[in-house]
Design a protein around this ligand. Sequence first.
Ligand code: IMP
Length: 203
Amino acid sequence: MNRMFDGDRLLVATHNKGKLEEIAHLLEPFGVTVVGAAEMDLPEPEETEDTFVGNARIKAHAAAKATGLPALADDSGIEVDALNGAPGVYTADWAETGQGRDFVMAMTRTHDELEKVNAPYPRTARFCSTLVLAWPDGHDEVFEGKVEGQCVWPMRGMDGFGYDPMFQPDGYDQTFGEMDRWEKNKISHRARAISAFVKGCFG
Ligand code: IMP
């Protein structure tokens, strides 16, 4: 039996504006107002684990401990089959320049590595999202969502964030970068994880 979330304001332990906007939009129908980590002046903890769930736990528990409130964290990334699942848990790191993140550079690296191994088409991949809801007493609940698709090149579309312009979900002609937020939020890994969270924690 899961522990229920019974508040109407939910702290989301992320500094990523794209993620925060998606989570806020996905939780709107359930009457939940989302508050981001930046609004609460929370530091960004170092993600030292090598799994999505491990890093989501670090972020959720740090925020719950610092604020005394239940906190939700998402750890996510793209797994490319021909790259043995890379960048996976290191998806954000591939965008690190030393002076911020550059996702065009990260997508270019992903494409270059696929070319290097002469990966056949379709270049299958999936986006994964692991959500952890942590309480200040140390309890947590874990929810996961995935969406299957393929890497395309050149990148297409200006909507969304991160690797959206190079990911085309199965059954669609558009990349996530070409879809509007509503369309992406019907099928995305994060939408699926949020749906499991709502089923598990909203009674
Ligand atoms: P982390 O969860 O903070 O480690 O970062 C995950 C990284 O994966 C983000 O910085 C994005 O680059 C990428 N990512 C996760 N979800 C999405 C998505 O829905 N679209 C595009 N990129 C994503």
